[in-house]
Design a binder for this molecule. Structure first.
Ligand SMILES: NC(=O)c1ccc[n+]([C@@H]2O[C@H](COP(=O)([O-])OP(=O)(O)OC[C@H]3O[C@@H](n4cnc5c(N)ncnc54)[C@H](OP(=O)(O)O)[C@@H]3O)[C@@H](O)[C@H]2O)c1
Length: 318
């Protein structure tokens, strides 16, 4: 694999698992800055490379990881697919449904994998939620609420940059949207949305959205990048409620707890520690080798982009 960009998320989360994964050999680390590439290569292996095109031009690179700012992910993913590389792209791949559809089609036409790294989908705690729902433990599903908010980042962070498509919707808003898609299915409509614009940067620093399924189940979503930390979702049924308090960022050594309330009783169901970043890599490799299905690829990429686009359109942020 090769890497396009020496990003913070690459350093902290993805390169440790890519470098250690038995199915992956890291051969090239690309950066606009030679010293950064050298530091990454020293820690994780591979050759430091100047520029992203040089990585894409290497015949010994079969796949690339793309942890670029949101404004650049779609373009470099397209270039990588055109160079016949499999792509593991950081979220968000794009906020345009048309572009998502084109990229998905391009990947299919080239016979290459295209994953968008909503890594939380690989954690088994969400399968436990599915099982509880399927067993009727909360009765009929009536509503969903989800929230991902994080404290403010330093002033030079990409999330404050409008030209790089920073902001709360691209930074964290995709997670509650993806949660609605994961549990309520495709065909969701954005019926309300608000994005708060920072008066200095013009970037959205927080927001909320109201979605509904075709048969009238609502989803209330919140997100923000200057807020107290929260990453949780809740499903309310006709008879009970399921709460997932550490929905998006459970550390690899964290025993996840899913709460079930029904008829005044409260159960805490635990899920053993799981490294969701490592699972993404395993799923990516399995998809490349045998076409194994994954929630990180396929039609969900287009549905996700359609929701992001819908929130922007309804919120009418200039
Ligand atoms: N899945 C997750 O859990 C997760 C978590 C955090 C972030 N993310 C996503 O990962 C991406 C990177 O986030 P991050 O927080 O790691 O950001 P970051 O540290 O700022 O990394 C972005 C990288 O993009 C490259 N880049 C290319 N052109 C740039 C430009 N004009 N300005 C700034 N950087 C540029 C830089 O690499 P070089 O200088 O080496 O070229 C930079 O290191 C974002 O799209 C974000 O949404 C995902």
């Amino acid at each position: 694999m090769g890497v396009l960009g020496c990003a913070d998320i690459a350093w902290r989360r993805m390169l440790p698992v890519l470098a250690a994964h038995p199915a992956v050999e890291l051969v090239a680390v690309g950066s606009r800055d030679g010293a950064k590439a050298a530091a990454f290569a020293e820690r994780f292996g591979g050759e430091p490379v100047a520029g992203y095109d040089t990585v894409l031009g290497r015949p010994d690179v079969d796949a690339v990881y793309v942890p670029l700012p949101p404004a650049l992910t779609a373009d470099w993913t397209r270039r990588a697919l055109q160079a016949d590389k499999h792509v593991l792209c950081e979220k968000p791949l794009t906020g345009s449904a048309r572009q998502a559809s084109e990229l998905r089609d391009l990947a299919r036409a080239r016979g290459r994998a295209l994953f968008e790294n909503y890594m939380f989908l690989c954690h088994p705690q969400h399968q436990l939620v599915d099982d509880l729902l399927a067993a009727g433990r909360i009765g009929r599903l009536r509503s969903l609420s989800a929230e991902f908010t994080i404290p403010a980042k330093p002033a030079d962070d990409i999330r404050h940059r409008r030209d790089l498509d920073g902001g709360a919707l691209t930074g964290v808003g995709g997670y509650p949207l993806r949660t609605a898609l994961r549990h309520l299915g495709p065909g969701l409509e954005v019926v309300g949305a608000f994005l708060r614009a920072d008066p200095h940067t013009g970037v959205d620093t927080g927001g909320a959205a109201l979605l509904r399924t075709p048969d009238g189940v609502p989803a209330q979503l919140g997100f923000g990048v200057e807020h107290a930390y929260s990453c949780r979702y809740e499903l309310t049924g006709s008879l009970g409620r399921i709460t997932v308090p550490r929905a998006y960022t459970p550390p690899a050594d964290h025993t996840a707890v899913v709460h079930l309330e029904r008829g005044g009783a409260h159960e805490e169901l635990t899920v053993p520690p799981h490294d969701q970043f490592r699972s993404v890599v395993t799923a990516f490799v399995a998809h490349i080798r045998s076409g194994a299905p994954s929630p990180l690829t396929g039609g969900a990429l287009v549905e996700q982009a359609r929701l992001v686009e819908g929130v922007r359109a309804v919120a009418r942020l200039p």
